[in-house]
Design a protein. Sequence first.
Length: 342
Amino acid sequence: MAEAAFTPRVFSGIQPSGNLHLGNYLGALKRFAEAQERGTETLYCMVDLHAVTVWQEPADLTRATRELAAGFIASGLDPARSILFNQSQVAEHSQLAWVFNCVARMGWMQRMTQFKDKAGKNAQNASLGLFAYPALMAADILAYHATHVPVGEDQKQHIELSRDIAAKFNHDYGVEFFPLPEPVIEGAATRVMSLRDGTKKMSKSDPSDMSRINLTDDADAIAKKIRKARTDPEPLPSEAAGLAERPEARNLVNIYAALADMSVEQVMAEAGGQAFSVFKPRLADLAVERLAPISGEMKRLMGDAAAIDAILADGAGRARAIAAPILRRTYDIMGMVGAPRS
Ligand code: AMP
Ligand code: TRP
């Protein structure tokens, strides 16, 4: 079976570990919504099992999961058209992850840069789950035979590992059962950088709140953070090439382009030569215009936890209907005995 034999299906996930920020929005959520609008089958998951690879206070995890669901919906995901659910409600993710733990090799995992970053100097004290994390991620994707995975640049290595796992399974068992999923990393903002340091990515774990724009920030906070964003003293260059050695300027231009649905070249044609005292207020206005409705809608949705939980339960049921037969077939391929089917 050639890869083309798989129907296009989009899957992606975000960890419910608090502080959804502009990087998540531009690198992931906004693009999730675009995939939905193209009419492809789309599944989006709050990966709570991934979140607990590092310690999560139970009450915080509950809140962050609901807040993430609210963020998904406020960013344009429609629970009727996309399957929205949290990972722990669909046991097939964990079950397939075990199979993939037995397919993936220690050496593959040891090469993962995110593990090295997250485990830090104290790798011996990291959880086993943090090490095995990419195998669970491969299971998330492949439990649905998903073919396309929209993510930010930082996840590319993990998707490549998912391809390696799929290929090794297919090879070892002599089947063409799992598709090799494609990372979809496109647009001007696949890597949104910190507002305080243009060489570091915008991250929920940065101790400085001024480094990121949170999706829950109100208009004043958004405008203030952009006004105070670090820049160099030069005006904007007139061509994109002039941004190469200017990470902070490049970041603000990329953010502008992504928020305005423009290319970087279009932004340069319009704003080239402007001083930051002119460009920053324009960017702040645009950011407020695009983001304030999202934070307002998130707040509204967060007022009704039961409604969010019902959406996730419904999504989980629809997700399971796809994943269960794929897991059963996986077990069959491996020779696991199951109840006879009629
Ligand atoms: P995380 O918050 O790390 O679970 O990431 C969730 C999604 O947002 C993934 O698709 C990431 O690639 C994406 N993402 C996270 N941070 C950034 C960033 N600074 N720029 C672009 N995309 C990002
Ligand atoms: N590892 C991703 C992150 O940290 C989240 C994730 C988990 C994911 N499972 C996934 C992304 C499956 C895409 C597909 O951002």
